[in-house]
Design a binder for this molecule. Structure first.
Ligand code: DON
Length: 576
């Protein structure tokens, strides 16, 4: 990848914020008259994030001549300020970068790691019972954060902006504040108790008199601004070895947490090869372990490719049935085999092989659901020799970025680092606290995902880039815990099989099955007749409110289409 350099005057303008008011650039729209949903359009690039302020600053970077990685890193830091329930510097995630010129797709793994003092049974009481309160709401719930190192690595290797330039909009938003939208007010109110439990968190999310912010109030984060400024001035190692690291370690010491200065100093992001498969002629790249997402998206697509899904139709009982059957089998395998490949062997080649998909497909009957209890993790071929938020960004120089990062729950552990102004993740809950005991998303993990010092906990985050004829075509991914993989699968199938434009593909109602519990979750929008047909096949249906938030992009013939997910009221796609 050979990034072009952003001219210094433009970099300086970004730092000063003077481009934030640049007039919109005219883009000749493609004609989509007659469609029910209309994507955002652009001829020079597209950003789609879950917060309009992050989309705005990322778009400004593209407009100023920055590339998709510059815009992505800028958006990542801006989301840490504007959407602190999931945007973060206290968590971790995964970024896929596709460069058409070099035909490379790389994955940056900046997932959190277990501290050195972590043990396999640290979340079990003396009788061996898993205690979810400990893995979710204590200082021990936090893994060593990876976001600052991961975003900085992406920028250094593939971007053109300096870290200070990419941080400038976030610092400005934290210092000057921004008017809070309804979603912010609702989020704080829903998480109420958790955000008032710790003084540091209360001071961050409530006014000095203790009252909550109302819509339109200005929300300022001076401690976070100072932290971001230190990182801008001293570089990413400041977070891991400087004053910020000391603030984190002191927070841990005060409250019996495990993360030490040594853990922080030892944190490193890793560049990995993404999982890869082929679906109806499209090249599908998605996150490899320690995420389970890529392996299982490829596995499910392999199973589903043999059905004429387009002809069977979107939302038909038969389509939903075969999708649910593929989902069950993939999630059963996930429970057994998936974990951090730096610690355990994962039979990835087997799971993603077409032969194994054929075997699994043979077990699927069209007229009846296989009960989950009759499905055990399969036997993929031998081990090879061995509130989260997603955003998608593409530029007109052949670079595309798909990024999902998280602090796990909305507001993570609910614990803000005193004096540093950011929330700590509770990602340790994504390990299996005990084999067979489900995590917060009902996901069961096995030995492969047991806690070990320095290990990355298994994730479902699935940043995905689909290429057609060597060109970036679809950039997607989602939050949603266990539903991330199935949400991403459906956006992809809606585009490829059902020929939907990206806004329709993102808006369409979704389903989800994760093997256990044995229920097919469905969003509103599927007809009662269809539901009755599914029940007739033996599926147990359960109605679920909005699943996922897949901010996505499609690029066709050099034209950019953005689909902001309506399931988040602050979602925004902006083209240029
Ligand atoms: O890594 C994972 O799979 C989870 N920690 C993601 C959590 C999540 O998506 C919550 N948001 N909706």
């Amino acid at each position: 990848m050979t990034p072009y350099r952003l001219s210094r005057p433009l970099g300086a303008a970004l730092l000063a914020g003077s481009l934030l008011c640049a007039p919109p650039l005219f883009a000749q729209p493609a004609i989509l008259e007659g469609e029910r949903f209309h994507p955002e359009q652009g001829s020079r690039g597209m950003v789609a994030t879950s917060h309009f302020l992050a989309s705005q600053v990322a778009r400004e970077v593209l407009a100023a001549g920055g590339n998709a990685v510059d815009a992505a890193v800028t958006a990542g830091f801006a989301l840490a300020v504007t959407q602190p329930r999931s945007g973060n510097i206290g968590g971790g995630g995964f970024m896929l970068i596709s460069d058409e010129d070099s035909d490379e797709v790389i994955a940056i793994d900046y997932r959190e790691t277990a501290p050195a003092a972590a043990t396999e049974t640290m979340f079990q009481d003396e009788d061996g019972n898993a205690v979810s309160e400990w893995s979710r709401y204590t200082h021990r719930a936090a893994g060593v954060p990876g976001t600052v190192a991961g975003l900085s690595l992406a920028l250094e290797k593939y971007g053109t902006l300096s870290l200070a330039e990419a941080l400038a909009p976030a610092i400005r938003l934290a210092e000057n504040g921004f008017a809070v939208p309804q979603r912010f007010v609702d989020g704080v109110s829903e998480a109420g108790e958790r955000l008032t439990q710790w003084d540091s968190t209360r001071a961050m999310f409530f006014k000095e008199d203790g009252s909550p912010y109302e819509v339109g109030d200005t929300f300022r984060q001076p401690d976070l601004a100072a932290t971001l400024r230190r990182i801008a001035d001293q570089g990413p190692r400041e977070f891991y070895e400087g004053e910020t690291a000391e603030l984190i370690a002191a927070e841990m010491e005060r409250h019996d947490g495990l993360i030490t200065l040594e853990d922080l100093a030892g944190y490193q992001p890793v560049i990995r090869e993404p999982s890869h498969g082929n679906y109806r002629g499209y090249d599908v790249y998605a996150m490899s372990p320690p995420s389970s997402g890529g392996a299982h998206i490829v596995q499910m697509l392999n199973i589903l490719e043999a059905y004429d899904i387009g002809q069977m139709g979107f939302g038909s009982a038969n389509t939903m049935h075969v999708m649910a059957e593929a989902m069950k089998r993939a999630y059963a395998d996930r429970s057994q085999y998936l974990g951090d490949t730096d610690f355990v062997e994962v039979p990835l080649a087997g799971i993603t092989s077409e032969g194994y998909a054929d075997e699994l497909r043979e077990q699927i009957a069209m007229d009846r659901a296989t009960p989950s209890e009759a499905i055990a993790p399969g036997k993929p071929l031998p081990f090879e020799s061995n509130e989260t938020t997603h955003f998608s960004i593409a530029d007109d120089d052949g670079l595309a970025v798909s990024n999902t990062y998280t602090i796990n729950f909305s507001y993570g552990s609910g614990i803000a680092v005193d004096g540093a102004g950011f929330l700590l993740n509770n990602e340790m809950d994504d390990f299996s606290a005990k084999p067979g005991v489900p995590n917060a998303y009902g996901l069961i993990g096995g030995e492969a995902n047991k806690i070990e010092p320095g290990k990355r906990m298994l994730s479902s985050m699935t940043p995905t880039i689909v290429k057609r004829d060597g060109k970036n075509f679809l950039i997607t991914g989602s939050p949603g815990g266990s539903r991330i993989i199935t949400t991403t699968l459906q956006v992809l199938m809606n585009v490829v099989d059902h020929d939907m434009n990206i806004q329709s593909a993102v808006s369409a109602p979704r389903i989800h099955h994760q093997w256990l519990p044995d229920e097919l979750r469905i969003e509103a929008g599927f007809s009662p007749d269809t539901q009755a047909l599914l029940e007739g096949k033996g599926h147990t249906l359960s109605q679920e409110s909005a699943m996922g938030a897949a901010q996505s992009i499609v690029i066709e013939d050099g034209h950019f289409f953005g689909g902001a997910d309506p399931r988040r009221s602050t979602s925004s796609a902006m083209g240029l």
